[in-house]
Design a protein around this ligand. Structure first.
Ligand SMILES: NC(=O)c1ccc[n+]([C@@H]2O[C@H](COP(=O)([O-])OP(=O)(O)OC[C@H]3O[C@@H](n4cnc5c(N)ncnc54)[C@H](OP(=O)(O)O)[C@@H]3O)[C@@H](O)[C@H]2O)c1
Length: 279
């Protein structure tokens, strides 16, 4: 029996076990995927132990460990070095190898849900954590014209801009007036903050957005966040983070096992499950 895992804190209602256990089933592998809640301050100890578990394929890393995990890897992909965050680890011969599939999962989801050419477009990314960094990297691979990043801390914003100086980043503070001023030029708005997880509304209005723009909320539970609800009420197309969740997971599964998985049967199960979680 092989196994894989998710490390995070909290891990609450994660849908990752559903995806990976279905994937094991689909490819006919005897395997299991389990969530592991890691006590804050003990990531290094847990990683050291996992490194020596011979039937472990690898694991995912989620909040709050994506950025701090980078320094505990024996090797990392080029994307990890540029993004500065890991969401997937493959266990090699007593080695941990870090990958990031958030960026490619995001792009594949955006292509499926929106399908527009991104070159020269203007994007706004809310938040500057691990997910936002993966989104910025992804958008830059498609030659997006400008990426406005909205953050609560100017100091963190300047640091992000310096660390990702290869991307066309401009900064705004996470304030109603500043965001609304910038929104009029935006073709694509991405929420990479946890706002919406508990139905919190965004502290700004989408009134000034172009009606042919697109909104993507990385939050997927609840499936219709206040941001998505507002976009819909204004006739702006939108999607939540469920498709990204699926694709980042299946790319991780392929890194661990070498198997490609048909996403559609798993997507149907995810949609049913999210409906149940919401109720
Ligand atoms: N759909 C998917 O596949 C997928 C994948 C990855 C992540 N996500 C989701 O994306 C979100 C962010 O994840 P992450 O890993 O990037 O988390 P993170 O590293 O903790 O970053 C969160 C970011 O959001 C900002 N933020 C937090 N609360 C805020 C608030 N009330 N107002 C404004 N900004 C706020 C934080 O700012 P400060 O630094 O000022 O605290 C930080 O910049 C989570 O909801 C996560 O579930 C979804």
């Amino acid at each position: 029996m092989r196994w894989a895992a998710l490390l995070g804190n909290p891990i609450g209602h994660t849908l990752s076990p559903l995806i990976h256990n279905e994937a094991f089933h689909q490819v006919g592998m005897e395997g299991v995927y389990i969530p592991i809640q890691v006590e804050d301050g003990y990531l290094e100890e847990v990683l050291t132990g996992l490194c020596f578990m011979e039937n472990l394929l690898g694991f995912n890393i989620t909040i709050p460990f994506k950025e701090m995990a980078v320094r505990f890897m024996d090797m990392s992909s080029e994307e990890v070095k540029l993004i500065g965050a890991i969401n997937t680890v493959k266990r090699g011969e007593k080695k941990l190898i870090g990958f990031n599939t958030d960026w490619s999962g995001f792009l594949r989801a955006l292509d499926e849900e929106w399908g527009e050419d991104l070159e020269g477009r203007r994007a706004m990314v809310m938040g500057g954590g691990g997910a936002a960094r993966a989104v910025i990297y992804a958008l830059n691979t498609r030659d997006v014209g400008e990426i406005t990043v909205a953050l609560r801390s100017w100091i963190k914003g300047e640091r992000l801009k310096e660390e990702m100086s290869w991307a066309p980043i401009s900064l705004v503070l996470f304030h109603k007036a500043e965001i609304e001023d910038a929104l009029g030029d935006v073709d694509l708005l991405i929420n990479a903050t946890p706002l919406g997880l508990h139905n919190e509304p965004m502290p700004f209005s989408l009134e000034r957005m172009k009606r042919n723009a697109f909104v993507m909320d990385l939050v997927y539970n609840p499936p219709v966040t206040p941001l998505i609800m507002e976009a819909r009420s204004m006739g702006i197309s939108s999607c939540n983070g469920l498709t990204m969740l699926l694709y980042q997971a299946l790319e991780a599964f392929e890194i661990w096992t070498g198997h490609k998985v048909d996403p559609m049967p798993i997507k149907a199960k995810l949609l049913a499950q999210v409906g149940e979680l919401k109720a």
